[in-house]
Design a protein around this ligand. Sequence first.
Ligand SMILES: [Zn+2]
Length: 356
Amino acid sequence: MSFNNVIGQEKAKQALRQALENDRLAHAILLYGPEGVGKRALAIELAKAVNCTQAKSDACDLCSSCHKISSLQHPDLKVIFPGPAQLQVEEEISILQKIAEDNYQAVGFAKSVTIPIDKIRELRKQASYHPYEGKRKVAILLGADQMRPEAANALLKILEEPPGTLLLILTAINLNSLLPTILSRCQRLQLNHLSRAEIEEALLKRKDISPEKAKIVAGLTNGNLTRALLLAAEQDLDEYRNIARALLEAALWGNNTEKLNLIETITAEKDKARLEYLLELVLLWLRDTLLWGEGRQDKITNIDRSDETKKMAEWIDSKKVAHLSREVESSLEMMSRNVNPELILIGLVEQMSTSE
Ligand SMILES: [Zn+2]
């Protein structure tokens, strides 16, 4: 059945199934949790479940209502998301299509945009209407934590009015950005980071990639499937893994010319996200080295290259690995503050060469 389309999150799914079964679903549900864990996917499955003509506590995925909601083309479903106030209709349609294609796919709402107040006003007007063809009207507000006070107050008015058949499903990462008066009117369900195993399994199902690559990507993405899907599409993971390895070896054993040449090659890449990705791969090599040294070989991520991990574990002890990891983490932190990448890497290689 259809909550099964949502990966993991058993606790939240069970709570919703039970509420549906006992007719105790609140009029406003807030799904909150970190990025890329399936808030949007669960919101859509819930919209399907309340309107499904065949099943009660889940969606059948077969009836015409389920189909229409899956493709986000049901007349009683509204999906509202953060975006510029003057979003073109074609742009809106293309975002909705992307969401319908894959509920976990990144659609790229910028953090700086907010939910347009007009959309909330329009929703308020329609809230009292009867459904056109479904059992209930459903509005999904994605990124409800990206609302200005005026929009939040307009939403609050909807929540305060007699609900009619409208079901409001909000998703948010940061609860602190929501008005306490909104929070108190919603039934809250928390979603958690997905496990590495869940990410790995989902990648293998959805993408044509090798088990090794799925494992590495899962190891890099901290329970965020949206990010994992993006990384899995990267063609040059292996190339980056080699550069990360070379950086580590140069820092430990290289001479000055080798170090500088490598830094020059690396910083030719101007995309900051890719440089961060590279440093995360360095961290992954270090983590594997630590695991190998502790005799937990079965836990390493770079499984296809265990010889190299073994070698590294023979050369450096856990204290050194901890020192190196701290330096890489502090470089990542500087990257996020927009310090010049070349300076960061020169500093990093120098710090890694010194013994604590
Ligand atoms: Zn159905």
